[in-house]
Design a protein around this ligand. Structure first.
Ligand code: GLN
Length: 484
């Protein structure tokens, strides 16, 4: 059984060729074999997984029916709440937190017959681009064990890349699903802001945060998105826009699709090997019949500065809730209440989280708010308007995902600016609220994966998925063998 193909799994389970119980046995065996090296998972509870699979089998037999994700094993980033299963956000602050409720996306997955396999490693509170900021462990890239899998949803990307899970959920604030997807040769989709409920996603920067799916094919992403998308009364920012049948939509032709290439995404800092692979990807789109033209997104140069004001500002506010009173880490023997706050937060948060809280608090403080946060919000509007103008002319945009291939473990962890700069091509989609996807485009001569980004207009996930699907069918990437 190919654990990397969710569609095949659900077809086989719905036709009773294989049971959900057998599927999860295979997934658990793969985790047992590969994860001691890759370290993608923080929590796997095999007995709970087996019990859920048997329940799903019983539901299928009793109802004599089928389910859209029957028996499909899903890995879930550890900042998405799962009732009764530890949810740490990769932080010592929440090392013992077990949520009393599940995120809406989890409820919808389980209703569709999917089985949550376990919780995956991530940068602490999703702050980072390498998964090295986890308080617990370092996750390895399955194509080169000395390199990072990307981040912050690194564990989720590795789980689907290495065939430990068929699908995975990650989260996106500034590229945390697209960049690891690019680094691990899988697909990752950041949907339109509001397309997916954020209820049960632990907040980092609320105006930028999204739940975001990962898979090994466009068809799998389409069925995944159809199951989890849509209005949720628990999240007032979830959009009422109707959910299309994404699986039907991806089969529409792409010939004649107008596609733009923004010149600002090909300047200084782009690794020549990555550029070569992306240029070939753009030629492939031409060969598919897309009408490719040059476009400009002039405010892209301000994107990193803009994002790294807005995201920390919102984070400093969101993370104020970790006061050690009702849940989470509490320092032993505090002297008094303020000592308890100070030491619990000082000991519970890692250095990147503290850096963001300090930057954000500064940017929001009186006297500086206008100069930093208010100004950053104006720049955000300019970035958004760049995209509005581009989408008057084209339906989709093609760009690199990351300026470099996966980098070495330890290479950037002491240099936060170098780490932040690696988000240059991804943060604008979050600032503008538009859908964006990373798909496998090629490998460098050293055998490192490189992803191609497709961006679309608000709520045009169908367009993005359709182009991804046509591209992958016409130009499949032949990957070197996994290291595990
Ligand atoms: N790398 C970016 C950051 O560190 C994006 C993180 C994310 O998308 N969650 O903020």
């Amino acid at each position: 059984m190919d654990l990397r193909d969710a569609w095949e799994i659900r077809e086989s389970v719905n036709r009773r060729k294989v049971s959900a119980a057998e599927v999860v046995e295979a997934a658990l065996a793969r985790i047992e074999a590969a994860d001691p090296v890759l370290r993608a998972f923080l929590t796997v509870e095999p007995e709970r997984v087996r019990a859920r699979a048997s329940e799903t089998d019983a539901v299928l037999v009793r109802g004599n029916g089928s389910l859209p994700l029957a028996g499909v094993p899903v890995a879930v980033k550890d900042n998405i709440c799962t009732r009764g299963v530890r949810t740490t956000c990769g932080s010592k602050m929440l090392f013992n937190y077990t949520p009393p409720y599940s995120a809406t996306v989890i409820e919808r997955l389980e209703r569709a017959g999917a089985i949550v396999l376990g919780k995956t490693n991530c940068d602490e509170f999703a702050m980072g681009s390498s998964t090295e900021n986890s308080a617990f462990q370092v996750t390895r890239n399955p194509y080169d064990l000395d390199r990072v899998p990307g981040g912050s949803s690194g564990g989720s990307a590795v789980a689907v890349a290495a065939g430990m899970a068929a699908l995975a959920l990650g989260s996106e604030t500034g590229g945390s699903v697209r960049q690891p997807a690019s680094f691990c040769n899988v697909l990752g989709l950041k949907p339109t802001y509001g397309r997916l409920s954020r209820y049960g996603l632990v907040a980092f920067a609320s105006s930028l945060d999204n739940v975001a799916p990962l898979a090994n094919s466009a068809r799998d992403l389409a069925v995944f998105l159809s199951v989890i998308a849509g209005r949720d009364w628990h999240d007032s920012t979830s959009a009422p826009a109707p959910v299309p049948d994404y699986v039907a939509e991806i089969n529409q032709p792409v010939r004649g699709m107008r596609v733009g290439v923004p010149r600002e995404f090909f300047g200084e800092g782009l690794d020549p090997q990555v550029k070569k692979i992306i240029d070939a990807g753009i030629r492939n789109a031409v060969a598919l019949g897309c009408e490719v033209s040059d476009v400009s997104l002039p405010h892209t140069q301000y994107a990193i500065a803009d994002y790294y004001i807005i995201a920390p500002a919102e984070a400093s506010s969101n993370l104020a809730r970790y006061d050690a009173v009702r849940y989470g880490y509490r320092t032993p023997n505090p002297r008094d209440l303020s000592d308890m706050y100070r030491r619990s937060r000082g000991e519970g948060f890692g250095s990147e989280v503290k850096r963001r809280v300090m930057i954000g608090t500064y940017a929001l403080s009186s006297g500086y708010y206008e100069a930093y946060y208010a100004r950053a919000m104006k720049v955000r509007t300019l970035i958004r308007q760049d995209y509005d103008r581009a989408f008057e002319k084209v339906e989709a945009l093609l760009t690199p995902v990351s300026p470099t291939p996966p980098f070495k473990i330890g290479e950037r962890i002491e240099d936060p600016l170098a780490m932040y700069l690696s988000d240059i091509y991804t943060v604008t989609a979050n600032l503008a609220g538009i859908p964006a996807l990373s798909l496998p485009c090629g490998f460098t001569p050293d055998g490192l994966p490189v992803g191609l980004q497709i961006l679309g207009n608000q709520f045009q996930e169908s367009t993005v998925l359709r182009l991804a699907s046509a591209y992958m069918q016409a130009c499949p990437v032949s990957a070197p063998p996994l290291k595990v």
